[in-house]
Design a protein around this ligand. Structure first.
Ligand SMILES: Nc1ncnc2c1ncn2[C@@H]1O[C@H](COP(=O)(O)OP(=O)(O)OP(=O)(O)O)[C@@H](O)[C@H]1O
Ligand SMILES: [Mg+2]
Length: 228
């Protein structure tokens, strides 16, 4: 059993009078796929954003690899995100002016890797996600499912230890959703990346090792709970 890589405990966050998180807890082990489920507006995205160091909670703590993220400066947090985390969202995340291979290479370029080497690695990942033939196209010229696979390639190109995916298949039909999930899960397993996956879809949640249910900003680990 591997130990916890990333955790949040007692997380609270309010937007004005609205509590988005009201004391949520989550723990993610290395290489583990954790699904975060729950009704719309329950706080799933807010939980993911706190864990990823994108949003600072009002109270509560996050720990990554033994480090207290709540005590890290903004620049230390952004270095952590760049170096250790990958991100996939529902849609609209690719830069429309760049080709697909330039999009996938972008996180490497931002960390100072030369264009030729960055694009070579990007193409390798696009091959694994079965979109290498789209390298020269722009995001507006590919389908929704293809675009999501390009986005998954981009989330993995830096070999992150945690991939955060917020409704990565939310805009896809079930065939394409399944294809994206299969490839994401296979790639994560190969690299040992953990995945924190927000989803409405029970079929997508079935890919996970563990399920955290969020309701009214509070979390429950429902993995062991049987639905009557
Ligand atoms: N930036 C923000 N400003 C104001 N209110 C916000 C903001 N982000 C979230 N909220 C509110 O916080 C609550 C939780 O939102 P959150 O986006 O975390 O829910 P969610 O579970 O991801 O919902 P969905 O399934 O619809 O994506 C909601 O009431 C929402 O309106
Ligand atoms: Mg959301």
């Amino acid at each position: 059993m591997t130990s916890t890589l990333l955790s949040g405990s007692g997380l609270r966050k309010a937007y004005g009078p609205t509590p988005a998180l009201d004391g949520a807890d989550i723990a993610v082990r290395a290489g583990e796929i954790v699904a975060v489920t729950g009704p719309s507006g329950s706080g799933k995205s807010t939980l993911l954003h706190c864990l990823a160091g994108v949003v600072r909670p009002d109270s509560g703590t996050m720990h990554y690899d033994g480090r207290d993220m709540s005590r890290m400066s903004d620049s230390a947090l952004s270095a952590l995100r760049r170096g250790e985390f990958g991100f996939v969202f529902q849609f609209g995340q690719l830069v429309p002016e760049l080709t697909c291979v330039e999009n996938v290479a972008l996180p490497l370029r931002l960390s100072g890797i030369r264009r030729r080497e960055a694009e070579r690695r990007a193409l390798e990942w696009m091959g694994r996600l079965e979109v290498d033939d789209l390298a020269a196209k722009r995001p507006g010229e590919v389908s929704g499912g293809q675009g999501q696979r390009v986005a998954v390639a981009r989330s993995l190109v830096t070999k992150p230890r945690v991939v955060f995916a917020d409704e990565p298949t939310g805009a896809l039909d079930s065939y394409n959703g399944e294809r994206v999930m299969n490839l994401l899960v296979t790639a994560a397993r190969e690299t040992g990346a953990a995945v924190v996956l927000v989803t409405h879809d029970a079929q997508v949640a079935a890919y996970s090792h563990r399920e955290i249910l969020v309701r009214d900003g509070k979390s429950t680990d429902v993995t062991a709970v049987e639905i009557p």
